[in-house]
Design a protein around this ligand. Structure first.
Ligand code: DGL
Length: 275
């Protein structure tokens, strides 16, 4: 039996994590949940994020996933440790595997984190990195407009301008490494690296946490003997408008996809609406 891997995010951001998984383990089946009705997560409270994550995880459990990849930094920062304590499925977030790997690289001295307001306020990256290596300096910068800009497909010039403003304090601080602490940001990896290099004249290593999270998840699945060869089927669900999510996601995923709407607030469980 091929049980899928469950992946979720507030919207498009988790697609960067999904793509990494598809690259490394193309035969794994996946269920992707985009909680677009509650997007942006980055401006929400711990209570809200815990509540949403509980509903998504319970949906994924009902869909018989074998493991969950939290493709959202905000959820990894605010709710993962609690959710981990109440479920038995393997569950991997973006922050811990990244902090662990970054801290092993002795040449890294000063790390910049660009993330949502909620992730930055939680200091989850700073605390995790310092736990592994207290000598690394960590500077966090929140970028509250980026996720709404990306999801609402604002004009490129507007997005570049916002990125330039948000990156300035990190570039001025002479960071040697930048962690893209929100899964939406790697969608604009090229733009981010060219702003750092061309505008601010900085050679900075840019880290996408998806790489380490996917590695960690696959390592855990291997240890448990549950890496299976499925057909690489990916089923998409959204709490928002299925048509809209399909239109936007197709651009990034580069293949036609089908999306179903789900209502996670249904009393006592989940009701699927087929379009
Ligand atoms: N992509 C998510 C993250 O990594 C959530 C962004 C949001 O909805 O604000 O933090």
């Amino acid at each position: 039996m091929n049980n899928p891997i469950g992946i979720f995010d507030s919207g498009l951001g988790g697609l960067t994590v999904l793509k990494e998984l598809m690259k490394i383990a193309p035969h794994e089946d996946v269920i992707y949940v985009a909680d677009t009705i509650h997007m942006p997560y980055g401006n929400r409270s711990v209570q809200e994020i815990v509540g949403y994550m509980k509903q998504i995880v319970s949906f994924l459990e009902r869909m018989n996933v074998k493991a969950i990849l939290v493709a959202c930094n905000t959820s990894s920062a605010l709710a993962l440790s609690y959710i981990k304590s109440i479920i038995s499925l393997p569950i991997v977030g973006l922050i811990e595997p990244t902090a662990k790997r970054i801290s092993q690289r002795r040449y890294i001295k000063k790390v910049g984190i660009l993330a949502t307001r909620a992730t930055v306020s939680s200091l989850a990256y700073t605390l995790a990195i310092k736990r592994y290596n207290p000598n690394i300096q960590v500077i966090e910068k929140s970028a509250p407009l980026l996720v709404p800009f990306i999801e609402n497909r604002v004009k490129r010039e507007v997005l570049i301008k916002a990125l330039t403003i948000y990156l300035e304090p990190l570039a001025n601080a002479d960071i040697d490494t930048l962690i893209l602490g929100c899964s939406h940001y790697p969608l604009y990896l090229e733009e981010i690296s060219s702003i750092l290099l061309e505008k601010y004249k900085k050679r900075t290593d840019i880290v996408d946490p998806a790489v380490y999270a996917v590695e960690e998840l696959l390592k855990e699945l291997k240890e448990m003997g549950i890496t299976e060869r499925g057909t690489g089927e990916i089923r998409f669900f959204t709490t928002g408008d299925a048509y809209e999510f399909r239109e936007k996601a197709t651009v990034f995923i580069n293949r036609p996809i089908k999306v179903k709407h789900i209502n996670l607030r249904e009393e006592g469980g989940i009701k699927l609406w087929h379009r």
